[in-house]
Design a protein around this ligand. Sequence first.
Ligand code: HEC
Length: 443
Amino acid sequence: MNYPIWIVPGIGGPWVIGIIAIIHIFLSHFAVGGGAFLALIEWIAYKRNDERIYTYVKSHSRFFILVTTVAGAATGVAIWFSISLVSPDGTGSLIQSFTLAWALEYLFFVAELATAFAYYYSWDKISKEKHLLLAKWYFFMSVMTLAVINGILTFMLTPGKWLDSHYWLHGVLNETYLPSLFIRLFIMFAIAGMYGLVTATRIKDEDLRVYLVKFCSKWLLPVFFLGPIVTLWYLSQVPQVTLETVFTGIQSSGVGNFSVLARALYLSLVLSGTVLLFAFFGPYLNPKGFTFKIALLFMACGLATTGTTEWMREMLRKPYVVYGYMYSNGIRKSQVEKLRQDGFLTDAKWANVNTDPTSSKQCGEKLFQYQCMACHTVDGYRSIKKLIGDRDQESIVSFLKMMDPKNDENPYKGIMPPFAGNEAETKMLAEYLASLKPKDTTQ
Ligand code: HEC
């Protein structure tokens, strides 16, 4: 609340993060899984002393290095830009709590890039043993970047003991750390296999192509056999209230407002199933007929699955950015009571309403921007205009009052943070929201 607001019309700020993050997640998972893939296949080439496989790895590694070092790194930086604009309080708190973890992450990342370049530019220049060693080092460094960032990502959903101690290692090594690490590794192998399919299908030599296509399809096995078990382990560790929200979503899907999570869950399951069948009947059973175009399509399916799964994981955390600690709009849970008594705007330095006398409707608009725009837009994604519907000012006031942290009956408590403002501010926000209705503008 002590930062300016960045307004993105239409899709809203969070989707800017979402779009960049989905691309980045795909690329970074690919960077780690691909590292394992390169190391293993180079080892096979080395053991068999097979020049054909070497030629394949070499050409495979060119695009791999380009994508992971350039696009992967650029989208990673883009995430920082977007999260600090959309969610400055959350970003600030992550930086402060995990300074050491970020520093570690940075070291491993730089080491990863350095080994990637050394690996790529030393093809045919150093002995085969040394080159293979570089491939293994690259894999190790990239896994270490995952090991660190996974701690911070999982922390946001299950901060665990950190909530009391505020000790960074308690935050990093939390309840979902291990299951999440395993799921991510399996997904990484799957993505590496998918990309392997794209390059393997371009090989002219049929024997080699069939061998490699089958080899690549096996990289999807861990996610399909072990993935479900680890997912159950993961789900057993997430806050149970969150799961209730998912199941309420399933019961009322298509009707209630709670269906968002359920929709994400269905989509993620359907897409994962599709990928499984695709992999089994395609490259595994029929490696000869598996073409480059199908491999690209397969990869697109993989991207969609990753996207929806990550989206769902993000939804699980709502209405928090750090579960049980800070809400999506940057307000700390512990601040809410005070803000409800003393008011929100008096302390919101950048809202500029306390110095300069403004109309109550303008104050209401500021309240909306600071407290609701983390999830709603005016008339784009999750449009507040639509959601307000026919409610007038009075019924909006009672709606906002119902969003009280002490109200256990509040059906939105798993989705929306409580309104953090005093009596007068509740009226101002309601006045602004009521003014959005079309009939008001014609009056
Ligand atoms: C953490 C995200 C989040 C925040 C912050 C948030 N909302 Fe929501 N809100 C949601 C979601 C999710 C829904 C369900 C939307 C749907 O079903 O498409 C919703 C629904 C609504 C609805 C419709 C409810 C109904 O049943 O008709 C209203 C009205 C609403 N929000 C108002 C607000 C206001 C006002 C604020 C700010 C004080 C706010 N929201 C802040 C996530 C949020």
